[in-house]
Design a protein around this ligand. Structure first.
Ligand code: BTN
Length: 234
């Protein structure tokens, strides 16, 4: 693991050094000055309070299963939080992690397919207040301060193990875990697809990590790379 005192963004750092870094190298900081979120948003996090880290993947076999990477990353974080004793952890497909409806972790996958994928993970660890944001932290849920580096290394070790054991499809246990935590399933959702706003019934994930939506009695399977935001309609 490469530890940086401060960096613009751990994802950007990896992108800038991608040729020098090996697969499974991880870059960690507790202070990002330009943390990136999905769809061009910024990831705001109080300096020194939280874990921001990115994992580089160069293995073609793993990269080819992009949907699965996305699901497994969220699952690994959710299982880690449960292991700490936190309850009511849910996953909004593909990989937003919530506790009691408040966001505790953001995940940003970037890369140049098929060459590399960067898995960026931001976990709220010791931050207490999140003005104007529907967010929470491990501290707020447990009342315990944790070492941000340790949180990151535990998650990364578990994630690497999961990625190395990946097969063609998600295994039954992972699908079951996701189903138990699925925040969208059963609700009416809307999302933008091929430039059009669509609305349908969220049915759940497929074995490859894509997500089933029922629209006008037809089932559409969407990939995480095709969708910016998916939200409950009501
Ligand atoms: C989201 O919008 O929910 C995704 C947020 C991802 C934040 C993490 S923090 C580590 C990595 N570096 C970044 O700049 N972003 C990701």
């Amino acid at each position: 693991m490469i530890y940086l005192k401060e960096v613009d963004s751990t994802n950007t750092y990896i992108k800038d050094h991608v040729d020098e870094l090996d697969s499974f190298e991880c870059v960690f900081t507790d202070t990002q000055t330009q943390g990136k979120g999905r769809i061009g948003h910024t990831w705001i996090s109080e300096p020194k309070k939280n874990a921001a880290f990115s994992l580089l993947i160069k293995d073609k076999d793993i990269i080819s299963k992009f949907n699965q990477i996305s699901i497994l990353t969220g699952l690994v974080v959710a299982e880690y939080l449960e292991m700490l004793g936190i309850q009511n952890v849910t996953l909004k497909w593909p990989n937003d992690v919530y506790v009691n409806g408040l966001k505790i972790c953001g995940i940003l996958l970037e890369g140049k397919l098929p060459d590399y994928v960067i898995i960026g993970i931001g976990v709220n660890v010791n931050q207490k207040s999140f003005e104007g944001l529907s967010a929470t932290s491990i501290y707020n849920e447990m009342g315990t301060r944790l070492d941000t580096k340790l949180v990151a290394s535990d998650i990364v070790d578990y994630l690497i193990m999961k990625l190395k054991n990946m097969t063609e499809n998600l295994d039954k246990q992972d699908i079951e875990q996701f189903i138990n935590k699925d925040y969208l399933a059963g609700s009416t959702v809307s999302f933008s697809y091929n430039g059009e706003t669509k609305e349908g019934q969220a049915l759940g994930i497929n074995e490859d990590g894509s997500y089933k939506i029922k629209i006008d009695n037809k089932v559409l399977s969407i990939n995480s790379s095709e969708i910016n935001t998916i939200r409950k309609s009501n």
